[in-house]
Design a protein around this ligand. Structure first.
Ligand code: G3P
Length: 223
């Protein structure tokens, strides 16, 4: 499963990119607004830090506006993926931008039928929002299972399932168990993935025992 980070925060992206674990980035207008930066500059900087797809969302809601904005954003870097909402106009814009050869991420997906439409429109990625479904008492991961099942029924579909609105390590675990193509994860949740109380406890014990030996791995002359 590919790991994308769901943020527009350059420092967070720089730090995570240095781990070599990052396969891409997703942004949305809310995340860009949080940075307080210029949208184009933010997208350019992110694209220079990460080789994989960087999602940048259009703000227009009509097809012509979305296509114009998408084409403008696509010129910022080769690895820009244009994010369009799952509306009729969004699906038409998806088709047009894909015909240009631009990657398209269809976002705000909350049903399997919506995901089927996005695939038929040629989307590169479909972004079902699992956390927001959980928020209203529905099962976000059940939607991921349904989309993966449906896409798996048709060899002609090559849209990647990008699990979005991820809120916890359990979402990441379930996404991987279901075989999702991509999970886009907030930076704090990515960091939580390394954590286990027994890892910390075990490391403390190993280091305490090592200190007792009085040895040094690098300084072989140490007593
Ligand atoms: O990429 C979409 C995602 O950022 C939405 O997450 O937590 O605002 O539902 P959230």
């Amino acid at each position: 499963m590919k790991f994308f980070v769901d943020t527009a925060d350059i420092e967070q992206i720089r730090d995570l990119a240095a781990t070599g674990l990052l396969d891409g980035v997703t942004t949305n207008p809310s995340l860009v607004a949080k940075t307080g930066g210029d949208f184009f500059e933010v997208v350019r900087e992110i694209c220079a830090l990460v080789d994989g797809p960087v999602s940048a969302e259009v703000a227009a809601t009509d097809v012509d506006g979305m296509v114009d904005e998408g084409r403008t954003l696509a010129e910022l870097a080769d690895n820009v993926a244009i994010k369009v909402p799952l509306t009729w106009d969004g699906l038409k814009a998806c088709r047009a931008l894909r015909q240009d050869g631009t990657m398209v991420n269809v976002t705000l997906c909350f049903s399997a039928n919506q995901a089927l439409l996005a695939a038929k429109a040629g989307a590169s990625f479909i972004s079902p929002f699992v956390g927001r479904l959980d928020d209203i008492g529905q099962d976000g991961m059940q939607l991921i299972a349904e989309i993966i099942e449906i896409y798996g029924n048709y060899d002609s579909i090559d849209t990647e399932v990008l699990v979005a609105s991820v809120r916890s390590p359990m979402h990441v675990l379930h996404a991987a168990r279901l075989g999702a193509d991509v999970c886009t994860i907030p930076p704090d949740v990515i960091r939580q993935l390394t954590k286990h109380a027994l890892t910390d406890k075990g490391l403390d014990a190993f280091l305490a025992d090592w200190r007792q030996t009085g040895q040094s791995i690098l300084d072989r002359d140490a007593p």
